[in-house]
Design a protein around this ligand. Structure first.
Ligand code: ATP
Ligand code: MG
Length: 342
């Protein structure tokens, strides 16, 4: 056993109260070792994002302890917590780049934010080094709209490492889920390189088995807010001991459906108005017919949370219209995906 860098003890996270209560995480215990790539895998709604947000305390656990680098984050005051958090950074499915800034300026941003005294020249030099590390030295002056998804994620990765001193932990929440298989592979290779060469501990949250299989040392299976099993990837993948583990790990053809003929869009409802009116207004006002392929939404009060995968119409123009419309719904994030997990 190596040295523990992230220790989670009996962590619970509950949202809301009464009838609408959601027990998103229950009695989570995890030890993540320094220098490893640790995977957390689970179906949509399992609690993965909530867990990762509890690791850096973007979300405050309802109870339980989170210790990172021997510092108990759950016991820290706001100011100390801010400092401790700088040792961890995060990348997302949607890249979260600032659209008005070039790649280089995006990477400089954390350094500016942390009020680092260093000269502008120094910040730029460091940002350039990071752009080289992620293989985009010629894209310094490009704006995010001029970059492909894979390139945007590379810039986001460079930015995640820009903080000084360099973060020791990189949390990845579905970082490759919006990318095609080839681009996914290249991003996974980059994460591996960062792990090996810079010694950064990487936590990978995903619903994609392939991702875990390819880069993780160990994995935890999260199902309905509970860790069902955890261990070496080779063990869990060859011999899952729980029903949830089996459901996830079984030959991918059984669970993962790829519909090459149809483009898919994944809507994440983050407190949007009820989902039915949204879908029907797409159909009625826009005349766009969509297939609901999977839905895992929950309505609390008059708000909807969760995700839904829709099949876009075959017609290119209609599909594009549907995407534009979906992206404009308040409280909804819409992203095109190439597969979904049932
Ligand atoms: N702010 C919130 N308020 C209420 N419920 C929430 C909130 N955030 C998450 N939940 C609920 O907690 C559960 C876990 O959600 P979470 O986003 O962590 O799942 P996930 O595994 O990341 O799913 P996905 O793969 O779709 O991203 C879901 O039932 C979700 O609806
Ligand atoms: Mg999530």
């Amino acid at each position: 056993m190596g040295e523990t860098i992230i220790k989670i003890e009996h962590l619970y996270k509950t949202f809301g109260s009464g009838d609408g209560q959601v027990k998103a995480l229950q009695d989570i215990c995890l030890d993540i070792e320094k220098g490893e790539i640790f995977g957390i895998i689970g179906l949509s709604g399992a609690g993965k994002s909530t867990l990762v947000r509890c690791i850096n305390l973007l979300e405050r656990p309802t109870s339980g302890k989170v210790t990172v680098n021997d510092q108990e984050l759950t016991a820290l005051k706001a100011k100390d917590l801010r400092r401790a958090r700088r040792g961890m950074s995060m990348i997302f499915q949607g890249f979260n780049l600032l659209m008005q800034r070039t790649a280089l300026e995006n990477i400089c941003f954390p350094l500016e934010l942390s009020g680092l005294k260093g000269e502008k020249g120094w910040r730029k030099k460091r940002a350039m080094e990071l752009l080289e590390l992620v293989g985009l030295p010629d894209k310094a002056d490009a704006y995010p709209v001029q970059l492909s998804g894979g390139q945007k994620q590379r810039v986001a990765i460079a930015r995640s490492l820009a903080e000084y001193p360099q973060p020791q932990v990189l949390l990845c929440d579905e970082a490759t889920s919006a990318l095609d298989p080839t681009t996914t592979q290249s991003i996974l290779d980059l994460l591996k390189k960062i792990n090996r060469e810079l010694g950064v501990t990487v936590v990978v949250i995903t619903h994609e088995m392939r991702v875990v299989e390819q880069i993780c040392d160990r994995v935890a299976v999260l199902d309905q807010g509970v860790i069902q099993e955890q261990g070496a990837v080779s063990d869990i993948f060859s011999n899952p001991r729980t029903e949830a583990g089996r459901r996830l790990v079984m030959p991918s053809g059984e669970k993962i459906h790829v519909l090459p003929a149809n483009r898919l869009v994944r809507l994440v409802f983050n407190g949007a108005a009820a989902s039915e009116p949204i879908i029907s207004s797409l159909a009625i006002e826009q005349g766009i017919r969509l297939n609901i392929i999977s839905a895992d939404t929950r309505t609390i009060g008059d708000k909807t949370f969760g995700t839904m995968v829709l099949g876009l119409p075959q017609d290119e123009t209609e599909a594009a219209r549907a995407l534009i419309y979906a992206r404009e719904i308040p409280g909804v994030t819409a992203e095109e995906v190439t597969e979904y997990v049932q």
